[in-house]
Design a protein around this ligand. Structure first.
Ligand SMILES: [Zn+2]
Length: 352
């Protein structure tokens, strides 16, 4: 019955095989018969055990191999990974270093560029300022040169004899004739039958003076304008014949001789004098001229008490507005000034 138990035990599990083999010698007599019976199962058991014992070994070896392989693989991998990661770290460091150095360089370049841009902007601004100032100074210089050229042109065009002082010893050349003369409109001439002429460029000033006087209800007429050397001689002769040499020299026109020949001197007359000159200093016309003539560029050549000639209240000479006004402001007279000072006004002679 124990055999059955064995068998049943045998079949139940591998663990009891050992127990079975140990148990067998003690119960040998019992086993004689059953041994024959149980031989096939025993052989089966041995074969079975043999094949069974090979599997775990193989498995173990395989396992060891696998584990070993895996371990080696793991170790290799780990080593490789760690070397890779250290390489990665190194390359990351290198990268970072590169990045930093690149950033530094970039910053340096950016700063330099910004500085350059600023410098450029400053330079450009300076350049523009410079250009503007150069342009301005050139413009001014050009204006100055143009003015100078204009002045020189005017100066060369302006006859210096028009501001020359003439005296009993310094006369204008007898052949001198003004460049251009205009006829004075008859409405300004007392004796309309006589033609009067005046220096063309000075005429507009005389005309304005005559109109201004007219606006102030002062009647001013031209008694004598331009006189040629010959005409002057004839008048003198006429006077001489009429009044005798002594009277002619003092009354007529010896004094303004050259000035009349210039075409810029005028003898005025007014109502109540019969077209003559005598008594002119007592008239409103004379007073008006004293107050206003300088504003039109005319001066009294021979004022009362002058050292050069007798007083000639009717005889006025055109010398330009600027000079006439300056003389008037100072209460001085043309013939009192030096020729040098007078000549400085030649350029302004026909300025208004
Ligand atoms: Zn005169």
């Amino acid at each position: 019955m124990s055999t059955i138990e064995h068998n049943s035990k045998e079949h139940n599990g591998e663990d009891h095989n050992y127990e079975e083999r140990i148990v067998v010698p003690t119960h040998q007599h019992h086993h004689t018969t059953p041994d024959t019976h149980t031989e096939p199962p025993d052989r089966r058991k041995t074969r079975h055990a043999h094949s069974i014992s090979l599997i775990p070994v193989t498995l173990g070896v395989l396992g060891i191999l696998i584990i070993g392989g895996l371990g080696a693989l793991y170790l290799y991998g780990e080593r490789h990974i760690s070397s890779l990661s250290s390489e990665l770290v190194a390359s990351r460091d290198a990268q970072q270093e590169l990045n930093e150095s690149f950033e530094i360089q970039l910053r340096t370049i950016t700063d330099a560029l910004r500085e350059m841009q600023l410098e450029n902007a400053e330079l450009l601004a300076t350049l523009e300022d410079e250009q503007r100032s150069v342009a301005r100074s050139l413009e001014r210089e050009l204006e100055r040169v143009t003015d100078t050229v204009g002045d020189l042109e005017r100066l060369t065009r302006t006859d210096p004899r028009l501001l020359q002082k003439y005296s009993s010893v310094f006369f204008l050349n007898e052949h001198y004739e003004p460049e251009r003369l205009v006829e004075v409109p008859s409405r300004w001439i007392y004796d309309e039958s006589r033609v009067q002429r005046f220096h063309a460029e000075a005429w507009p000033f005389l005309e304005r003076l005559l109109r201004a006087a007219q606006r102030d209800n002062v009647r001013l007429y031209v008694a004598s304008g331009y006189r040629s050397f010959t005409e002057q001689s004839n008048i003198k002769t006429g006077y001489t014949v009429r009044y005798g040499a002594g009277t002619a020299n003092t009354f007529s026109a010896d004094q303004g001789y050259s000035e009349h020949q210039l075409g810029t001197a005028v003898d005025f007359t007014t109502e109540g004098l019969n077209g003559g000159l005598d008594g002119f200093e007592e008239t409103d016309a004379y007073q008006w001229l004293l107050r206003n003539a300088h504003n039109h560029g005319f001066i009294l050549s021979y004022p009362p008490g002058n050292e050069y000639f007798i007083f000639e209240p009717w005889h006025w000479r055109f010398v330009g507005v600027r000079l006439a006004r300056d003389l008037n402001r100072r209460g001085e007279f043309f013939y009192d000034w030096s020729q040098r000072d007078i000549d400085k006004y030649l350029i302004y002679l026909f300025d208004r």
